[in-house]
Design a protein around this ligand. Sequence first.
Ligand code: PGA
Length: 259
Amino acid sequence: MAEVVIVPSAAAAGVLVADEIAALIRRQPDAVLGLATGSTPLPVYEALRPRLTGIDVSRVRGFALDEYVGIDPHHPESYRSVITREVVEPLGLNPDLIHTPNGSLETIEHAGDDYDRAIADAGGIDLQILGIGTSGHIGFNEPGSSFASRTRVKTLIEQTREDNARFFDSIDDVPMHCITQGLGTILEARHLFLLAFGENKAAAVAGAVEGPVTASLPGSAIQLHPHVTVVVDEAAASQLQDADYYRYAFANKPDWQGL
Ligand code: PGA
């Protein structure tokens, strides 16, 4: 099963994951990162910045999880803009090597296949950062998504549009459709880090980690992956049945094992 690490704060989670990413880039300068947007990964990117000092990041490659369909890529809330602002610029990455799915309507019919091919051509994703929605989605794979799904267009559920309305002037401005890496695509990454903070994520986290494996809670797909690290604060861990065991296992983790 996934390793669950319960940390005191989102900042502590950021440090833990950033240390892993910095170590990965040090040993593999052309590492392929799976990048997430939203509030959850921000502490990771923040902690990563000082850890990259003196490390050559010019060959680091990256693939975002998802993008809105039909949004102007220059819109401040397009995921292309968000990734540029929150990841590429602060970390000094080469923008030509950092990809987001193409949400343009002109090419949308084959944009999913193009994206999966680009990931495969890059040799696959080494380390994938994931948040989880209150609906249990990972990427924008809303409940009902096939575990075999590839990058494709999905319709956002109302709950997700409400959750994301904070980034827009009003909910009416939140796009209805997105293009997201599929669950099958995400499961091909070599190491998944699923992060969640706050009480409102507790049910989704418990379902993903300990619930039945079900398309009704897409995050539960992580149970099918051999190398997953779930990093949560106390509030997001509050509905986990086996929280004490996870704490015990992490406190007694052999040094040689790593994450
Ligand atoms: P959040 O979104 O990080 O903004 O909470 C997570 C998600 O919807 O996957």
